[in-house]
Design a protein around this ligand. Structure first.
Ligand code: FAD
Length: 451
């Protein structure tokens, strides 16, 4: 094949008479295109895309944003489901606030950065209520100690406010001490997926399309379906398909250590005279479980309340579990105390999803080493809002750099000057790369601009 193409190239550059040359050029170009397509098993009418994105959840939406930021329009988004936001991103109430740990851990530093990105990138999908974050041991909460800890970790006390129980009652509606994030909130992931992917042009999206394997051939990634048919080919392929990335990557000999964690967010109903009606949280509360402000039904005066989520490792079942309702009831009672009666919470519905989690609990974001043009955005765990947002920014910058150099940087990750300036150091960005799971991971440092 290479010899044939080389002969054609020589023929193309051969000097002949002007008209003959143009005619020959057209014919030869056509033959060349056909030969390349035949070698790739591409139907004649199917041109390679600039990029293919597998997965139409919030991860897919973040990638599409990054492609568009770089003026790439010739892409295809694929999903096995019948529309966008039908997987774990079917979640309408995904909470978002930075993580608070004991020290300035990698997770804490990353979530501080990612939270700021999420506030900007997903701003239109953000509820502005604020989030009260409860300490692990409520009795041990000391406002002064907490303030010192937050300051030492780089928090601004206007944006992360330690509150005593009395102060909290005024601000959040509940007499529970904790750290209040006034900019925290919850995000509608389903709407993000629908707006960013559902509204794409017809030629840019394909639903009910299960990808079974991928192959790199002739400097292009080829994506195949259940009957081994070629779905499409592209120079760039993004695995944004949650747990499905494990199987698809494995078809190209890449092992991603991902696992499922089932979660159930229960919707409970309680009456206007229930013990729970004594408290009226006006913000989201995050502790052993999280809950949103309850909504009151006009006619009956009863309340609907979202409370969750359970964390069942290695479970895939998307059915609603009674025992998960019971677990959520028990944990919310533990959070609020004995003045409330968990048995008054009547389960009426639930959101159930399967999170994708990496073995070190960090997301997998970046080019896959040794596979030019292949990228991952998966393992978003319980922080899909934040990780997708920071990934969008990182991918926008990385792609810009690749396009500028007309090259693939599969061993480097250009994270961009803005994030670097905001504190995304080498070690933090390296901690996200897929290469951390492969041998020789130390060669895969991200590259930051010197400016
Ligand atoms: C109960 C629960 C509560 C949660 N709470 C929060 C929260 O409070 N805050 C927060 O930030 N996050 C939360 N999360 C996590 C958040 O929902 C996820 O991190 C996020 O939705 C993951 O998005 P994704 O795009 O990676 O995956 P998905 O939304 O699952 O998208 C992946 C898509 O890939 C498709 N796909 C998979 N394999 C293939 C294939 N081979 N071919 C074609 N298509 C394929 C799937 O159909 C799916 O649509 C919660 C999750 C659960 C389950």
């Amino acid at each position: 094949m290479e010899t044939v193409l080389r002969v054609i190239d020589i023929f193309l550059t051969r000097p002949v008479g002007p008209e003959t040359h143009i005619n020959c050029m057209n014919v030869v170009q056509y033959v060349k295109r056909c030969i390349i397509k035949a070698a790739m098993n591409i139907p004649k009418d199917q041109k390679p895309y600039d990029a293919i994105v597998i997965g139409a959840g919030v991860a897919g939406a973040a990638i599409v944003k990054a492609l568009k930021n770089n003026d790439i329009d010739n892409f295809l988004v694929l999903d096995q489901a019948s529309g966008p936001g039908r997987g774990t991103s079917g979640h309408g109430f995904a909470l978002c606030h930075p993580y608070i740990g004991r020290g300035a851990s990698r997770l804490q530093r990353l979530t501080m950065l990612a939270f700021n990105e999420a506030r900007q990138i997903w701003n239109d999908y953000w509820s502005k209520s604020g989030v009260l974050h409860l300490p692990r041991e409520p009795r041990g909460f000391d406002k002064t100690i907490m303030s010192e800890r937050l300051l030492s970790q780089g928090f601004n006390l206007e944006k992360a406010r330690p509150l005593t129980a009395n102060e909290s009652l005024d601000i959040t509606g509940v007499a529970l001490a904790g750290t209040f994030f006034p900019d925290g909130g919850w995000v509608n992931l389903k709407k993000i997926a629908e707006d960013h992917l559902g509204k794409l042009k017809e030629k840019q999206k394909k639903w009910s399309c299960l990808v079974t394997n991928i192959q790199y051939k002739d400097k292009c990634w080829h994506v195949y379906g259940v009957n081994h048919e070629l779905i499409g080919s592209a120079q760039r392929l993004y695995l944004a398909n949650g747990l499905g990335a494990r199987t698809v990557a494995a078809s190209a000999g890449i092992e991603l250590p991902l696992k499922p964690v089932r979660g159930q967010l229960s919707t409970f109903k309680y009456g206007a005279s229930s013990t729970w009606a004594r408290t009226k949280p006006s913000v989201a509360i995050s502790g052993k479980v999280y809950c949103l402000p309850p909504t009151q039904n006009d006619e009956s005066g009863s309340y609907d309340w979202s409370v969750g989520s359970t964390y069942d490792e290695n479970e895939y079942d998307l059915g609603i579990w009674e025992k998960s309702h019971v677990e959520n009831q028990a944990l919310i009672q533990e959070m609020f105390g004995d003045l409330y009666d968990a048995s008054e919470l009547q389960p009426i519905d639930a959101f159930v999803g399967v999170r994708c989690v990496a073995k070190d609990r960090l997301p997998v974001i970046g080019p896959i080493k040794g596979h030019p043009g292949l990228y991952a955005l998966t393992a978003l765990g319980s922080r899909g809002v934040m990780w997708s947002a920071i990934a969008c920014q990182m991918y926008s910058e990385h792609l810009a750099e690749e396009l500028r150099h007309s090259a693939f940087f599969d061993e480097r990750f250009f994270a961009g000057a803005r994030l670097a300036g905001a504190g995304l150091s080498d070690d933090l960005a390296s901690a996200l790369l897929p290469a951390r799971f492969f041998a020789g991971a130390s060669n895969s440092k991200p590259i930051f601009p010197s400016a």
